[in-house]
Design a protein around this ligand. Structure first.
Ligand code: ATP
Ligand code: MG
Length: 255
């Protein structure tokens, strides 16, 4: 589904990713781990069109045809079916929880601006569907009760789940999660793990996950890529990664 082909990303003298390669198959949950500054978020930024890679290509195929997405705009890439959450949460802070999800639906809207201004029956029908879908997604992430609260009044863990609901509202095929368990306690991160597995099945998703909580990564990823200083130092299943000497030295530690 996603092929990251020899991607290098340089910022001045900093090589944030060096000749990185990864293949992700449909239906997989794939992890991306490594110490702070290793280049993980940079890879997500390249895949989602925030950065154009210095070298290399990213190819996305959701089953219809191959699209070379490196060089495309973030909104074009989102339309093809790739959506993400951010390490530093990005919500419309002063808008309600419900409105945050509602506006995210607009990526798929068919009505044009005139029908929305004139509130044609077609637009009203679509608006009603978006509202129902938003309420369903909020229920799904456990935030229905909070729907009328302001987004920034929610505790951290709930804001992270709201971000996931917003991502799901765009009907993604590939979902990129950048540290969804950050700031969560063990109980919450174990619930999140369960939740990711459930939405993957329900929405037929492929998931690419950056996470420092190793219980989450090792618990749900089939395959894991390990970055260190922009270099891929290991790739394999959770067991292979946990026993990889280089990964232990660079990241996991002896314990
Ligand atoms: N826009 C940018 N301009 C300059 N340098 C950048 C930019 N984005 C990332 N970098 C640098 O690239 C390197 C990789 O950063 P990145 O954010 O990808 O790391 P990360 O693995 O996500 O780390 P963390 O676990 O802390 O989130 C770092 O040295 C960072 O300072
Ligand atoms: Mg990061």
């Amino acid at each position: 589904m996603l092929k990251i082909d020899n991607v290098t990303m340089k910022f001045g003298g900093v090589i944030a990713a060096n000749k990185f390669n990864a293949n992700i198959k449909k239906g997989q949950i794939v992890g991306l781990i490594g110490p702070n500054g290793a280049g993980k978020t940079t890879i997500f930024n390249v895949v989602t069109g925030v950065y154009k890679p210095t070298e290399g290509r990213v190819i996305f195929n959701a089953g219809d045809k191959e699209h070379i997405i490196s060089g495309k705009r973030p909104d074009e890439i989102a339309k093809l079916g790739i959506c993400r959450t951010f390490q530093n949460i990005r919500l419309f802070k002063d808008m309600s929880v419900l409105d945050n999800v509602f506006v995210a639906n607009h990526l798929r809207i068919k009505s044009n601006v005139f029908s929305s201004i004139l509130r044609t029956p077609g637009y009203r029908k679509e608006e009603k569907e978006m509202l129902e879908k938003s309420l369903y997604l909020l229920d799904r992430v456990g935030l229905l009760k909070e729907r009328n609260e302001k987004a920034n009044s929610l505790p951290y863990g709930k804001q992270r789940r709201l971000e996931i609901a917003r991502a799901l509202a765009t009907d993604p095929k590939l979902l990129l999660l950048d540290e969804p368990a950050a700031g969560m306690n063990p109980q919450e991160s174990s619930e999140l793990m369960e939740f990711i597995l459930n939405i993957k099945d329900e929405f037929d998703l492929t998931v690419f996950l950056i996470e420092h909580h190793m219980d989450v990564v090792m618990g749900i990823c089939e395959e894991i890529f390990v970055l260190d200083h922009g270099e891929l130092i290991a790739q394999g299943d959770p067991e292979a990664i946990q026993n990889n000497q280089r990964v232990i030295e660079a990241y996991l530690g002896v314990e």
